[in-house]
Design a binder for this molecule. Structure first.
Ligand code: PMP
Length: 426
């Protein structure tokens, strides 16, 4: 079937792990939402370049020039992957967390920030740190439509002047559900607000086009996009970024530094992305992200999405046959989602269940609250503000199990997962 992409080759495909029952098995990495395995192609690209890496923007030698070109070309590659507008800036950061903290540091004084309580902590928490910013936390919506209505109501309630920003996930790292980002962007703009998308979980699974979505900024992490750790991206409108104080003060962010008449220093900061990239850049990390963007584009999202849809269906159908399993969802069981699914199992402690999947079946999933505590508490039947415990479906679970997969996942991993769940429950 040519509409379906085969699994893309990733690192760790042949890793064997011991089982508690004796013997060993090929590891099934089903925790892509935390960190996806790097594409073999990305690893090969990085390995081919590694002998030649040198300082970026800081050397006259040939390898330094090569590295500078590679770094700046990586920026262009990422901009193309994201469908950026010509004026957009692509800032290389360390991660999504870093990107959103950078934007939080850059929003104008007096900004009103609107964020749903369901966000990952990376999107929920950075705004509070600004004393001159007001944050409005929005209640969890129970449908995409309610999300748009909730936002519209909150925006209509604010004073119709001054800067405002909406920060929203594009795909949930807990339920995998897709948020109506195009509609949320339209609502934000209709009320004179800007919008930033946390695309940490969307970018690895779906094509993203900031121009088409009309998103002002977008953030994602390399290590979830089939590149290794250490680099991320914040891309979007240049104005707030170039008006803000540099995220880090240091070399590379400045055009010129002089002593001033009062005996201090006068700094002329860059207005480009370099303003927020002080220090020697992570050229390998940036190149790895660019290589991943290229590999995904070349493989074709159409086939990747179709294949992932089938894997999601296999998991959903398999879990639906086990009455003890409760899949967590904000928008309802049939809501469109990426390959991320959290659940609990009646009669089981989630951590024990996840440990058993590893020990007995060689399957790596995650258990916990997934850095989205208010959301998971709510989905477990508690309330977002429950301090410690919350009422879970089986009265005992304080956390959940999350299975997640993507471009490198072979069918066998998800079929093994489904039969493992059945086996453990039995
Ligand atoms: N947002 C979402 C939706 C995420 O899933 C994650 C990672 N779990 C982050 C932000 C933070 O990403 P990082 O840890 O790479 O900074």
């Amino acid at each position: 079937d040519r509409s379906v992409c085969p699994p893309l080759p990733v690192l760790g495909r042949d890793v064997r792990v011991p089982l508690v029952t004796g013997g060993e098995v090929t590891y099934a990495a089903l925790d892509y939402a935390a960190s996806a395995p790097a594409l073999q192609r990305v690893w090969d690209d990085v390995a081919a370049y590694a002998p030649y890496y040198g300082s970026v923007h800081r050397g006259a030698g040939y390898l330094s020039q090569l590295s500078t070109d590679l770094f700046e070309n990586s920026r262009a590659e990422v901009a193309a992957f994201l469908g950026c507008r010509p004026d957009d800036q692509v800032v290389f950061t360390r991660s999504t967390t870093d990107s959103l903290n950078l934007l939080a540091a850059a929003v104008p004084a007096g900004c009103r920030v609107f964020v749903f309580e369901t966000e990952h902590h990376a999107a929920l928490l950075p705004w509070e740190r600004r004393a001159d910013v007001t944050v409005t936390y929005l209640d969890a919506p129970r449908s995409p439509r309610e999300a748009v209505e909730t936002l519209e109501r909150a925006l209509a309630d604010r004073e119709p002047y001054g800067p405002a920003l909406v920060c929203v996930t594009a795909a949930s790292n807990v339920t995998g559900e897709l948020w109506p980002v195009r509609e949320l962007a339209a609502a934000a703009h209709a009320h004179g607000a800007r919008i930033v998308l946390d695309a940490a979980q969307l970018a690895p699974h779906h094509p993203v086009d900031v121009t088409e979505l009309d998103a002002d900024w977008i953030a994602f992490s390399g290590h979830k996009l089939y590149a290794p750790f250490g680099a991320g991206v914040l891309a979007g409108r240049p104005d707030w970024l170039q008006d803000a104080a540099p995220y880090l003060a240091g070399g590379g962010a400045t055009r010129q530094v002089t002593r001033d008449a009062a005996g201090g220093v006068a700094v002329d900061w860059h207005a480009t992305a370099a303003r927020h990239e002080a220090g020697s850049p992570n050229v390998i990390g940036a190149y790895a992200i660019a290589s991943a963007c290229k590999a995904l584009t070349e493989a074709g999202f159409e086939g990747l999405v179709e294949r992932e849809r089938r894997l999601i269906e296999t998991v959903r159908a398999g879990l639906a046959e086990v009455p003890e399993v409760r899949v967590l969802s904000l928008f309802g069981d049939d809501a469109p989602r990426v390959g991320v699914l959290a659940f609990t199992v009646d009669g089981w402690n989630s951590s024990h269940f996840a440990a058993a999947l590893s020990a007995e079946y060689g399957i790596g999933v995650r258990d916990g609250l997934f850095c989205a505590h208010p959301l998971v508490r709510l989905l477990l039947g508690g309330t977002p503000d429950a301090p410690g415990e919350c009422g879970a479906p089986d009265g005992g679970n304080l956390n959940a199990i999350r299975v997640s997969f993507g471009a490198g996942t072979p069918d066998e991993h998800v079929t093994r997962f489904v039969s493992a769940v059945r086996g453990l429950v039995r």
